[in-house]
Design a protein around this ligand. Structure first.
Ligand code: IPE
Ligand code: IPE
Ligand code: MG
Length: 237
């Protein structure tokens, strides 16, 4: 099977999963964490190199204070709980996004967890938290502008390759497959630059119900795609 090396997922539908069961939204988020565990495990088994998960968008801070603070708490407890298990499974962890918005304890735990897992050589798990694709491009431009002001980079040397070195996913394999759960057909400011040639897969399944069978379906769909990257295999016109 032609397994994608890098899978990115917009994990959507936790709230609707809870609503269907007359439960508070946080119960959907908690159930969503179990789905993350299952998918991380399955990706490890399949030999996927990198899994990038959209956990909290730049825009999600506009939700109620109650939901945002419960999400921060959940993120903190999951980070603390899972780090040993991730280490045992040789998982490298990276967190991308504007972490400065997060409570200090979350920031500290995130830094420590990444440091502990940084040398691992198995699956690279990337969590996008307070992340926006537009923010990512803007922060890259800002870094380049500073280097240019210091005379360390010339305007004529800025191109697609050099620009991408300043993005959050620099050094990672290109995103092969982007999955969005819950039936929404949009990107919601997730990776923008990085999905230029990703294959897209949308499913109505709500994130808490997304499991290894659902992931296999997405991968099978990916395997059937003809990725041309703008070129043609046959030379005839
Ligand atoms: C995705 O589920 C998780 C986050 C955005 C944090 P939602 O909370 O967006 O669930 P729905 O879309 O309301 O069902
Ligand atoms: C996108 O889902 C963000 C995450 C899954 C973390 P949203 O539920 O926030 O997106 P919209 O509001 O439907 O576009
Ligand atoms: Mg949603």
């Amino acid at each position: 099977m032609n397994t994608p090396k890098h899978i990115a997922i917009i994990m959507d539908g936790n709230g609707r999963w809870a609503k269907k069961r007359f439960l508070p939204r946080i119960k959907g988020h908690q159930k969503g964490v179990q789905a993350v565990r299952n998918i991380v495990k399955h990706c490890g088994k399949l030999g996927v190199k990198t899994l990038t998960l959209f956990a909290f968008s730049s825009e999600n801070k506009n939700r109620s204070n109650e939901e945002v603070s419960l999400l921060f708490k959940l993120f903190l407890s999951v980070l603390k709980q899972e780090v040993k298990k991730l280490n045992k499974h040789n998982v490298r962890l990276k967190i991308i996004g504007e972490l400065s918005l997060f409570p200090k304890e979350v920031q500290k735990t995130a830094i420590e967890a990444q440091a502990l897992l940084s040398k691992n050589t198995g699956l690279t798990l990337i969590i996008a938290a307070n992340y926006g694709g537009q923010w990512d491009i803007a922060q890259a431009a800002q870094k380049i502008a500073s280097l240019s002001a210091e005379g360390k980079i010339n305007a004529e040397d800025i191109n697609v390759d050099t620009f991408s070195k300043y993005l959050s996913l620099a050094d990672e394999h290109r995103v092969d497959l982007l999955i969005r759960t819950s039936g929404e057909l949009r990107i919601s400011n997730f990776l923008l630059w990085d999905i230029a040639y990703s294959e897209l897969y949308f499913t109505d399944t709500l994130w808490p119900d997304f499991n290894s069978i659902e992931l296999d379906k997405a991968i099978n769909s990916f395997t059937d795609r003809d990725r041309r990257f703008g070129a043609r295999k046959d030379k005839a016109c």
